[in-house]
Design a protein around this ligand. Structure first.
Ligand code: HEC
Ligand code: HEC
Length: 274
């Protein structure tokens, strides 16, 4: 019996884990590193980490993130030079190797291309914590073709669908993009929109490239539709919560009625007795 429970539970956990792992690097970097580091945006309290994966070994980065002081104390010349330049020691980050790996992957996919230094990084184009409702709406209107693309490309909805109560049903010619954000990440979608690898999209956009602004709004829209998709279960949860509070409310109301009924009965008895 217990074994059956484990057998059912285990794949579920792995599934949830794999959903998490994809966005983990982004989440960790945003919550623990952006106060002091950018990826391609210049130095802050600490150095710009763009392409750090090509500059130092994974082992060095991992040791450094866990305990900068230890690496400095070991006499490592790179670490000592960094301290001399930035003057403060970065605080220890108690992260696991897997977490650090996911951060390095995130930095790697979000680093600017050395051959094309003026191109904005996906990180500069789209930042989930800065995306506003109006970005999402702008993206939705671009997706649906309500706002025409600046360079004249066709609207996405001609070929794609996104499941969202606020969007008309779109084309079924190409993949449904409701969960594109968690499937591909901002960097992945950004790359596809800039250099489409699919013949149908190459034909559509080769001579009508999307602008940074349009890509940024589309990413906000995909981020939203992705999370709305993910949130469906918690909406169900909310609905069942609502049901429970309705039932409790109804119970309280019935008890109230019973009490009132007893009082009315008592009073009417008294009334007849007087
Ligand atoms: C409070 C500010 C602060 C935070 C938070 C912080 N760092 Fe740092 N980081 C620094 C400073 C300052 C340096 C320069 C080296 C030194 O003196 O410690 C540095 C250096 C580094 C280096 C070496 C860069 C190079 O050029 O070799 C890496 C890699 C790094 N940080 C990664 C991270 C990651 C990943 C996080 C988040 C998990 C993080 N840091 C969080 C301040 C910070
Ligand atoms: C002429 C049809 C067409 C148009 C217009 C079009 N696409 Fe595509 N798109 C495709 C095809 C075909 C594929 C490749 C595979 C598939 O999804 O069937 C694709 C793939 C993609 C993918 C990768 C999907 C994945 O999960 O692998 C993304 C993201 C995407 N398109 C975004 C867009 C956006 C955003 C627009 C509007 C700016 C757009 N597309 C307009 C036909 C189109």
């Amino acid at each position: 019996m217990k074994i059956i429970v484990l057998l059912v539970l285990f794949p579920c956990l792995i599934f949830i884990d794999s959903i998490n792992a994809q966005s983990n690097g982004a989440k960790l970097f945003t919550s623990k590193c952006t106060a002091c580091h950018t990826i391609g945006g210049g130095n802050l309290v600490g150095p710009d980490l763009a392409n750090i994966q090509n500059i130092r070994s994974e082992e060095w980065i991992t040791n450094f993130i866990k305990s900068p002081q230890k690496v400095i104390d070991s006499g490592d010349s790179a670490a000592v030079a960094l301290l001399n330049e930035f003057k403060i020691v970065m605080p220890d980050q108690p992260l696991s190797n897997t977490e650090i790996k996911s951060i390095i992957d995130y930095i790697a996919t979000n680093s600017p291309d050395k051959n094309n230094p003026n191109q904005k990084t996906p990180n500069q184009i789209f930042n989930a914590s800065l995306a506003t409702n109006s970005d999402v709406i702008k993206g939705k209107e671009i997706f649906e073709g309500e706002t025409k693309l600046k360079n004249g490309g066709p609207s996405c909805i001609a070929c794609h669908n996104v499941d969202n109560a606020n969007v008309f049903t779109g084309g079924l010619l190409a993949k449904d993009l409701t969960l594109a954000f968690s499937r591909l990440s901002a960097a992945g979608i950004d790359g596809i929109l800039r250099n489409p690898p699919f013949p149908a999209m190459i034909d559509a956009f080769a001579n009508a490239p999307l602008t940074d602004d349009e890509i940024s709004a589309l990413l906000a829209f995909f981020y939203y539709s992705n999370n709305a998709g993910m949130l469906q279960t918690s909406t169900l949860q909310n609905q069942s919560d609502l049901l429970v509070s309705l039932i409790i409310g109804l119970d309280i109301f019935i008890v109230f009625l019973l009490i009132m009924w007893k009082r009315v009965k008592k009073r009417s008895v008294n009334f007849f007795n007087n």
